[in-house]
Ligand binder design. Structure first.
Ligand code: SOE
Length: 374
C-alpha cells in the first residue's frame, strides 16, 4: 500500500492530539494509504526527542526548514503557535507538500489569502483543524440541511465558554498578541464561526463587543485597545448571506464551563441543538409533528450517521475521535481526490469574520466581513 510520510511541526498539546489521531484515523475504515509518523520537529531538541519516542515518531528534529523540503516527506502538519503558521505553510507548499495546519491559519487575513493563493498554484491538498465540525451530530445536521429536510435556515445561536482564563499563566503564548495569541474570538470563536458557516453559509455582516479581563472585572475599552491586549470575551450579532441571523458569545472567564461548545439553530421545518459536552446525541424538533408529540427528540449517532465512528451507538465520541475523523478526510483527499474541508480558503474566510468582529467591536456600527460590500 502507498505510504504517506508525515512531518509534524510542534510537540505541544495539539502535536500530541494529532499524534494520537494519526494512529486512530485508519481504525474505523481503510484510508487507501499507510500513514507513517516519520519526523516530529520542535525548536526544543529535548522535547522533540522525548515526544517522538513517547508518541511513536520514527525521528525527531529541530530544523523545520530542512524537514519540510525533504524528498521523503509527503505531508507537513503544523501545530506551532499561529504566528509561525504562514512561514512554515508557505515553505511546505513551495516544496510541494500537502499541508494540514492547526487553527487559526494565521492571525492576519492578508497572510491567510497569500497562503491560499500559494496552495492553489501548487495544487496541494490543505486542511485546517476546525475539528468540532467533524462531530457526527454536527455532520448529521449538515446532511439534513443539505437535503432540505430541516427547511430554510432562520436563526443560529452559538456559544463557546471556558473557565481557563481565571487560572492560566497570564504570560502563556496564547494570552499575548506578541507571541501569536489570537484572543477568544480568534482562538475559540473561530470554531463556532466555522460550524455556523459550515451549516448556514457565509456570514456577511457583524456587530460586536469585546472585553479583556483586568483582575476583578473587565478593563476599560480604551485600555484594552491601546494596550494591544487580547480579548478574553466577546459577543456578536451576525447576518448570513442567505438572510439568516445569528448571535455568538465567547469567554474564557466563565467559571464551571470547561469547554462548552454549544449551538442551536432554527430552520423552517425543524430546530437543532448541539452541546459538545453531550456530543454523542443529536437533538432535533420538527414543526410537522402531531401536536401531542412536539418537542426535541434525541438521536444517538453511530455508523448510520455521517462521520459516525463506532458501529455501536452510545460508545462515545471524544476529542481524539473528531481529530481522527478530520485526518480521514484529509488523507482520502490526498489518496483519491475526494474533496475535503475546511481547506485553507475556508479558514481564510473564517479569519475575515474574526477580523470583522474585532473591527465591529472597536466601532459602534455593523461592519461588512468583506470590507466595502458583502
Ligand atoms: C483554548 O483554550 C483551546 O485550547 C483552543 O485553542 C482549542 O482549539 C480548543 O479546542 C480547546 O481550547
Amino acid at each position: 500500500m502507498k505510504e504517506l510520510k508525515v512531518a509534524l511541526i510542534g510537540a505541544g498539546f495539539m502535536g500530541r492530539a494529532h499524534s494520537l489521531a494519526y494512529a486512530l484515523a485508519p481504525i474505523a475504515s481503510p484510508l487507501g494509504a499507510t500513514i507513517v509518523k516519520q519526523v516530529l520537529v520542535d525548536a526544543n531538541a529535548e522535547l522533540a526527542a522525548g515526544a517522538a519516542e513517547q508518541l511513536g515518531w520514527a525521528e525527531s528534529g529541530t530544523d523545520w526548514r530542512e524537514v519540510v523540503s525533504r524528498d521523503d516527506i509527503d505531508i507537513v502538519d503544523i501545530c506551532t503557535p499561529p504566528q509561525f503558521h504562514a512561514e512554515i505553510a508557505l515553505a511546505a507548499i513551495e516544496a510541494g507538500k500537502h499541508v494540514f495546519c492547526e487553527k487559526p491559519i494565521t492571525n492576519d487575513p492578508d497572510e491567510a489569502r497569500a497562503i491560499v493563493a500559494a496552495a492553489a498554484r501548487a495544487g496541494v491538498v490543505t486542511q485546517v483543524g476546525y475539528n468540532y465540525r467533524h462531530t457526527p451530530a454536527v455532520a448529521f445536521a449538515k446532511k439534513l440541511l443539505d437535503e432540505g429536510r430541516l427547511g430554510t435556515p432562520l436563526q443560529f445561536r452559538a456559544q463557546y465558554a471556558q473557565e481557563v482564563g481565571f487560572w492560566a499563566d497570564p504570560n502563556r503564548w496564547r494570552a499575548l498578541k506578541a507571541t501569536g495569541g489570537s484572543g477568544t474570538v480568534g482562538d475559540i470563536g473561530s470554531h463556532i464561526i466555522d460550524i455556523a458557516e459550515h451549516l448556514f453559509g457565509d456570514i456577511v455582516r457583524v456587530a460586536a463587543r469585546a472585553r479583556s479581563y483586568g483582575g476583578d472585572g473587565w478593563r476599560a475599552e480604551s485600555e484594552r485597545l491601546d494596550g494591544d491586549l487580547i480579548d478574553d470575551a466577546a459577543v456578536w450579532l451576525a447576518e448570513f448571506a442567505n438572510g439568516a441571523i445569528g448571535t455568538f458569545s465567547v469567554s474564557q472567564f466563565s467559571v464551571g464551563r470547561k469547554n462548552r461548545v454549544y449551538f442551536e439553530f432554527d430552520a423552517s421545518k425543524a430546530a437543532v441543538q448541539f452541546d459538545w459536552n453531550d456530543r454523542e446525541v443529536f437533538r432535533v424538533a420538527y414543526v410537522d409533528e402531531e401536536p401531542d408529540h412536539r418537542g426535541f427528540r434525541l438521536i444517538h449517532t453511530n455508523d448510520q450517521h455521517p462521520d459516525g465512528w463506532w458501529r455501536l451507538a452510545g460508545l462515545g465520541t471524544g476529542y481524539p475521535d473528531v481529530s481522527a475523523i478530520q485526518f480521514q478526510h484529509f488523507i482520502r483527499a490526498i489518496v483519491d481526490g475526494t474533496p475535503t474541508a475546511p481547506d485553507f480558503a475556508r479558514a481564510a474566510h473564517v479569519e475575515d469574520v474574526v477580523a470583522a468582529v474585532y473591527r465591529a467591536a472597536a466601532s459602534d456600527s455593523w461592519v461588512d466581513v468583506v470590507e466595502g460590500g458583502a
